[in-house]
Design a binder for this molecule. Structure first.
Ligand code: DQA
Length: 139
């Protein structure tokens, strides 16, 4: 199985960014943990991050007809981007939407997601563990 994790804007700052909300682990450290966890599974895990909406679209187009699964945390673009939703509809690879924090406990503008209605499923509020659960789903 080939799985790509895509993180959107500001998620390069994990570990430094509002650690009370997003935790103290960097995503690079988490990827080491994740790869170790699934070392015996027949799965290739890759990670891509961008702060640019167009680059996130390009990446979805690039992998979205070949990979078996995409795990997407679109950050704040979740709440704004019809273009990302259209890209997910356009591609073949199923997308699991992940959010580290429980967005429904937070500001009202985080309660709506353009991604949810085109995602295969949604994992929200379980911290970085959510990415692990998404990998398990694809396996
Ligand atoms: C987030 C939630 C979004 O509302 C926010 O803009 C983020 C991170 C999360 O993982 O909890 O950047 O997607």
């Amino acid at each position: 199985l080939s799985i790509l994790i895509i993180n959107g804007p500001n998620l390069n700052l994990l570990g430094k960014r509002e650690p009370d909300i997003y935790g103290e682990d960097t995503f690079d450290d988490f990827m080491i943990h994740l790869k170790g966890k699934f070392i015996d599974a027949d799965v290739t895990l890759e990670y891509y991050q961008s702060n640019h909406e167009g680059e996130l679209l390009d990446k979805l187009h690039e992998v979205g007809f070949d990979y078996d699964g995409i795990i997407l945390n679109a950050g704040a673009y979740t709440h704004t981007s019809i273009a990302l939703a259209d890209a997910i509809s356009a591609i073949k690879t199923p997308v699991v939407e992940v959010h580290i924090s429980n967005v429904h406990k937070r500001e009202a503008f985080r309660h709506h997601s353009y991604i949810s209605s085109v995602a295969e499923g949604i994992i929200i509020g379980f911290g970085l563990k959510g990415y692990e659960l998404a990998v398990e789903y694809f396996i």
